[in-house]
Design a protein around this ligand. Structure first.
Ligand SMILES: Cc1cc2nc3c(=O)[nH]c(=O)nc-3n(C[C@H](O)[C@H](O)[C@H](O)COP(=O)(O)OP(=O)(O)OC[C@H]3O[C@@H](n4cnc5c(N)ncnc54)[C@H](O)[C@@H]3O)c2cc1C
Length: 267
């Protein structure tokens, strides 16, 4: 777990890099948020959104701009040449385009090099709605411990708490662990906020595709300039997908982004 001096150093490093961050002492953390920990970093300008609404909105915008949508369609084979890319879909049409962007989440197609990429399992719980018991500003909380813990509130006052990651992907093994993991998460939540109702109303698990560096991999596949992929978002899909949209569109436009090498596939 990061101690008080580590957190203070991290807050300073963030400010130095131009990212707003305030360090909270134990006393400030207790009075402002009712949390009993050695210290914390308070970050600003964070964002919570409904992923389903966001995705529908993006699709509608794309359709307005004359994008064509093929649903359902599983991409099963990709062939690229100097002028474009052809994608064969299972039981669907064959699609031809000048460029292809693979955004298949943690499910990587065979064509995509998986080096440096791994898939892990994660768990989360949701409590019943309790809007009156939510901490000030419903700040999103991330405990910098190993394993980490995150806590956030929904618009109707449920508390979501997650973490307890494990380094495997087997679905049956993952599902079998859900009730045990849910109890651990509820206990940890109760230790941070003893007055909360930690009844587990929902419990679920998911997969993270992540990388050794913690940065996603974004770029064209080695030797295939018309096939781009974005993968390994970890728990930061919203932030990284914005970066991916800039890098990939710049690359398709035939221009160079100064940050491209940071995220590119390594040879
Ligand atoms: C528990 C949990 C909590 C998270 N919390 C946050 C958070 O707080 N903030 C945040 O920013 N991110 C968070 N994330 C990460 C975020 O959810 C992901 O980064 C994001 O969903 C990835 O989006 P994507 O569109 O790249 O992939 P996905 O959402 O995985 O979508 C990929 C799609 O591609 C389809 N597909 C796969 N293969 C093929 C194929 N061959 N042909 C056709 N379609 C195919 C899949 O069916 C799927 O619909 C969290 C993730 C988890 C698991």
């Amino acid at each position: 777990m990061l101690g008080a001096s580590d957190l203070r150093g991290e807050a300073e490093a963030r400010r130095h890099a131009g990212i707003g961050a305030s360090y909270l002492t134990r006393e400030m953390l207790r009075t402002e948020f009712g949390i009993d920990r050695a210290g914390a970093i308070l970050s600003h300008d964070n964002l919570a959104l409904d992923p389903r609404k966001l995705t529908s909105g993006l699709f509608l915008q794309a359709l307005k701009r004359k994008a064509r949508c093929y649903v359902p369609a599983e991409a099963i084979a990709i062939e690229d040449d100097r002028s474009g890319v052809t994608v064969a879909t299972g039981q669907g049409p064959t699609i031809r385009a000048r460029h292809l962007v693979l955004t298949t989440g943690y499910e990587l197609l065979d064509a995509v090099p998986a080096r440096g990429h791994s898939i892990i399992s994660t768990w989360a719980i949701a409590t019943p709605p309790q809007p009156r018991k939510i901490w000030p500003r419903a700040a999103m909380i991330w405990e910098a411990s190993d394993p980490y813990l995150y806590i956030r509130a929904t618009a109707d006052g449920r508390v979501i708490c997650g973490g307890e990651d494990e380094d495997f992907t087997d679905e049956q093994r993952r599902n079998a662990l859900t009730s045990k993991k849910a109890i651990v998460l509820a206990k940890k939540l109760g230790r941070v906020f003893p007055k909360l109702d930690t009844t587990i109303e929902f419990a679920w698990s998911g997969s993270f595709g992540s990388t050794i560096t913690g940065l996603p991999i974004i770029g064209s596949l080695p030797g295939r300039p018309r096939v781009h992929a974005v993968m390994g978002y970890g728990g930061n899909g919203i932030v990284f997908s914005q970066i991916a949209s800039e890098l990939v569109s710049t690359s398709i436009a035939g221009k160079k982004d100064t940050d491209a090498a940071l995220f590119a596939f390594k040879a």
